[in-house]
Design a protein around this ligand. Structure first.
Ligand code: MN
Length: 194
């Protein structure tokens, strides 16, 4: 019995993140783009060394089409799972908040570095807040389907800056999309990854 990669279950409906992420964008981005990566991955792993591997193992190790599709499934799962229509708090608390102050000086400085990484990434990719094995945080740009697991880092927070993530709602205004995303981050989910 081989691994079957499933679509994540979202805790919000397609229209619930509007206007920050519109219903139309969610229908295409979650329902079409992510579904396609999931379908491709399930087809590609059959008969390979990754047939019985977890999504995380595949995303960390596989090359070529399998690696690209697994990276995109992992990245999109993390992206879509970190949102809530009306988050209960506006910034993290506890251990993650302390690590942010230790690594960046302040929450606002971390936000500004994340905004800069997401805005300036050339082409398609992802901006990440990552943690190393010691809990030290860093902000990194990763192109295409690259992901923190390939760099022995733990993914904490991610902004998708492929054009398909924002073009229907923001056209070329990537910075406006990035600024708006902070309003729907569910810090309870993000803290649980740390
Ligand atoms: Mn995407």
């Amino acid at each position: 019995m081989s691994t079957i990669i499933e679509m994540p279950q979202l805790r919000y409906g397609n229209g619930d993140l509007s206007p920050i992420i519109s219903e139309e964008t969610l229908k295409f981005h979650f329902g079409k783009h992510l579904q396609t990566y999931v379908n491709n991955l399930n087809n590609l792993i059959v008969g390979t060394e990754f047939e019985n591997a977890s999504l995380e193992e595949i995303a960390a190790k596989a090359q070529g089409g399998i690696g690209n599709n697994a990276g995109q499934v992992l990245n999109h799962n993390l992206y879509f799972e970190q949102f809530a229509p009306s988050p209960s708090k506006k910034e993290p608390s506890g251990a993650l908040a302390a690590a942010i102050v230790k690594s960046f000086g302040s929450f606002d400085e971390m936000k500004s570095k994340m905004n800069a990484a997401a805005s300036s990434l050339f082409g398609s990719g992802w901006a990440w807040l990552c943690a190393d094995a010691n809990g030290a945080l860093s902000i990194l740009q990763m192109t295409n389907a690259d992901n923190p697991l390939r760099h022995n880092l733990k993914p904490i927070l991610t902004f998708d800056v492929w054009e398909h993530a924002y073009y229907l709602d923001y056209q070329n205004r990537r910075a406006d999309y990035i600024a708006a995303l902070w309003n729907i981050i569910d810090w309870n989910i993000v803290e649980s990854r740390f």
